[in-house]
Structure formats: structure tokens, C-alpha cells
Design a protein around this ligand. Structure first.
Ligand code: LMR
Length: 397
């Protein structure tokens, strides 16, 4: 039966984790996957999570099936984070959220639903984008193309190119937009640029699918949702995939959400009925534990405050690592200007290292990065940063 099965290539990001885990060098550093580590090099268990978990265990709650669309308090909490607690949309009955298996799961059920709704539309993603965007939408049956985004010469946004590309798309093209902390570049449009992007999306009748997996890692929870709120204010119907993997440090719990802004309460009911079919035929209904923890934190004022403080501390530590990395590269004799890393936002830095340099970093120094040159700044700490800077300096020399 399986004789003809070909060996698939490793996943460009999670495959690196497999390689890293198999590496026996003591000084290895994993800057590949987008995971936040604390200054001790550990994935933190947030205090707010710990307290919510203890309460959950002590409640001896039964683990029955959840509703197909997940925990109501979780979904409400996810909506509120995206739209803001004072958004009139929340009370309008037009917003629908389904708990999903991480941000990836939200993208997947959104993609399957869209394929059914718009079978002939194509999908466009930024150039470059998160490695899994293309694969995921292709697997859902779409043709995937790119729109201009990153300008390697300025290490910034090719805004004119982006706007022109979006403006030339056929109606109902599905446009994947990173609402904050662009993955992999860390380069985001300004709010004024987003206003122009929203205008094109609306005028050209495009279908925006906003991906927001790093809310809270840019400037703050409210600030990072500005683009979602802008699109909502413009009355644009859209899909939004959001994730708590990073912001709650709950990677393995697969806590994400798919939110859809529909045109009316009646429409919302019809859309939900179809989305439930997509979920039911994929994985039936979501798991209880992570969703309960997140829901408890989002709906308990003291835990919510604790969470925002813990998230702020993660954000600050990443910023500090950026500053130190730039300084240490200089100290190790790198003459090329790396100040652009300071302007990049979120967990990642698009370092400009070539694939060959990334290979050398891994093979000669045990420092793992994505072949695009993306490095996860959130994996740097006081103990490994000097070693990493030195390794980068050596491959640049
Ligand atoms: C990443 O970009 O590294 C993360 O989003 C993890 C993943 O699933 O790829």
C-alpha cells in the first residue's frame, strides 16, 4: 500500500525543532520556531495560567464534549480582545467566533469554509509570509500567489508596491494580512498606510483574512488590535484568525479562534451553521483544558490584570534583547548596520542572513534559524546572546 509514498521535506519551521532536538551540542540555540523563552531559556508557565489551572483542577469539572464552536466565554473573550470592549459590534449580533486549534486551526477552518463559499477565488499572501500560509491554503484547494510587501533594499515596507498589487486583484480575492508583528519580517505598515490598505480592500471588494497571532507583542493588546478595529469601523466583512499560543505561553494547548464579522445577525446564524459543519467534519469540537484556562483568565478581572502585566514583561524582554543583539554584533566587529532590527516588531527579526549563512550558523555553531534569515529574538537570553552574536559575526565575516 505505502510503497509509492515519497518522503516529504521537513517542515521549514517545525522541522528545525526536530533537527535541533536531535543535535547533541551543549551550546546549541534554537532561534527557529516562534516561541518565547524567558531569560533562563525556559518556556514560561504564566502565573495567571497557573492560577486558572489550579482553580480548574480543584473544581473537578467533568470533561464532556464542548459545543462545536467552543466555550462561549472563550469566544466572547477573543472577540473583546480583537474589537475592544466598547465596540458596538459586540452587541450587534454580527460577530461570530469559534474556538479553534491554535491560529493554524483557525486559518484552516476559515480556509475550508472559504473554499466552499468562493471556490474560484485565489488567495494572496505577502511576499514573504509565514511559511505555513501558502501550504495551508494550497492544501485547502486554493491557488496561492503573493503581493509585494518587503523591500530588501530599505529593509522596510514596499508600500507602493503592496498597494498597487492589492489594487490590481480581481474582486473577491482572499487577501491574507498580518494585523501586527508581521511574520517573518517584523515590518508592519503604519496606521495611515493601513487606512489606505483598508480603502483598497473595500473599494475592490477583496476578502480580507486578518491573521493576528502576536497580539500584545508589538505595542500592547489594545494597540496591536488597531488594524482589526480599523477594518471593523470601515464596516468591512472579514475573517480573523487569532492565537493565544504566544500571548498565554500555551503553545501545546492549541488555543486559537476564528472570528468572522458578518453583515447582520441573521447572516451570522447561517454562517455559523456552515462553519460548524466544517469543524464537525475536521475534529468535531475543540478540547476543554486550554480553552477553559484562557476563558477563566479573560473573564476574571484580577487574572486579566496579571496576564497583561506578564505579557508586557515578555514584550519588554524581547525589546531589550533586540537592543543587546545590535550592540553585541557591533562589539564582535560586524560593520554592517543592524539598527533596522530595533524597528522590527514582535518576536522575529528578519536578519538579512542568506540561506548559506543560516546553514553555516547551524552546522558550524549550532545556532538554528529559518532559512529565510528569520531569527526568533524571543529565544535570546543573557547567557546565549553573546555566543549568538559571535556566531553571526563569524558567518558574516
Ligand atoms: C512560527 O512562525 O514559528 C510559529 O508560528 C510556529 C509555527 O507554527 O510555525
Amino acid at each position: 500500500l505505502f510503497e509509492s509514498v515519497e518522503l516529504a521535506p521537513r517542515d521549514p519551521i517545525l522541522g528545525l525543532v526536530e533537527q535541533y532536538n536531535a543535535d547533541t551540542r551543549a551550546n546549541k540555540v534554537n532561534l527557529g520556531v516562534g516561541v518565547y523563552y524567558d531569560n533562563e531559556g525556559r518556556i514560561p508557565l504564566l502565573e495567571c495560567v497557573s492560577q486558572a489551572e489550579i482553580a480548574h483542577i480543584e473544581a473537578h469539572a467533568a470533561r464532556g464534549y464542548l459545543p462545536i464552536e467552543g466555550i462561549p466565554g472563550y469566544n466572547k473573550g477573543a472577540q473583546t480582545l480583537l474589537l475592544g470592549k466598547d465596540s458596538p459590534l459586540l452587541a450587534s449580533g454580527r460577530v461570530l467566533t469559534a474556538q479553534a486549534l491554535g491560529g493554524t486551526g483557525a486559518l484552516k477552518i476559515g480556509a475550508d469554509f472559504l473554499k466552499q463559499l468562493l471556490p474560484t477565488s485565489k488567495v494572496v499572501i505577502s511576499d514573504p509570509s509565514w511559511e505555513n500560509h501558502r501550504a495551508l491554503f494550497e492544501r485547502a484547494g486554493f491557488t496561492v500567489e503573493t503581493y509585494s510587501y518587503y523591500d530588501a533594499a530599505t529593509r522596510g515596507l514596499n508600500f507602493d508596491g503592496m498597494l498597487a498589487a492589492l489594487g490590481s486583484l480581481p474582486e473577491q480575492t482572499i487577501v491574507i494580512l498580518h494585523a501586527c508583528c508581521h511574520n517573518p519580517t517584523g515590518v508592519d505598515p503604519t496606521f495611515e498606510q493601513w487606512e489606505k490598505i483598508a480603502e483598497v480592500v473595500k473599494n475592490k471588494n477583496l476578502v480580507p483574512f486578518l491573521d493576528i497571532a502576536y497580539q500584545g507583542f508589538g505595542d500592547g493588546i489594545e494597540e496591536d488590535a488597531a488594524v482589526v478595529r480599523l477594518f471593523a469601523q470601515q464596516d468591512i466583512t472579514m475573517l480573523i484568525s487569532s492565537s493565544f499560543s504566544k500571548s498565554f505561553s500555551l503553545y501545546g494547548e492549541r488555543v486559537g479562534a476564528l472570528t468572522l464579522i458578518t453583515s447582520s445577525n441573521e447572516e451570522r446564524g447561517r454562517v455559523l451553521s456552515q462553519l460548524k459543519r466544517v469543524i464537525r467534519t475536521n475534529y468535531s469540537n475543540p478540547p476543554t483544558h486550554g480553552g477553559t484556562v484562557v476563558s477563566t483568565v479573560l473573564n476574571t478581572p484580577e487574572l486579566y490584570t496579571l496576564w497583561t502585566n506578564e505579557l508586557a514583561a515578555m514584550r519588554e524582554r524581547i525589546r531589550n534583547m533586540r537592543v543587546q543583539l545590535v550592540e553585541k554584533l557591533k562589539a564582535h566587529g560586524v560593520t554592517q548596520n543592524f539598527d533596522f532590527m530595533l524597528a522590527q516588531r514582535g518576536m522575529f527579526s528578519y536578519s538579512g542572513l542568506t540561506k548559506d549563512q543560516v546553514d553555516r550558523l547551524r552546522d558550524e555553531h549550532g545556532v538554528y534559524a529559518v532559512s529565510s534569515g528569520r531569527i526568533c529574538v524571543a529565544a535570546l537570553n543573557d547567557r546565549n546572546i553573546d555566543y549568538v552574536a559571535e556566531a553571526i559575526a563569524k558567518v558574516l565575516a
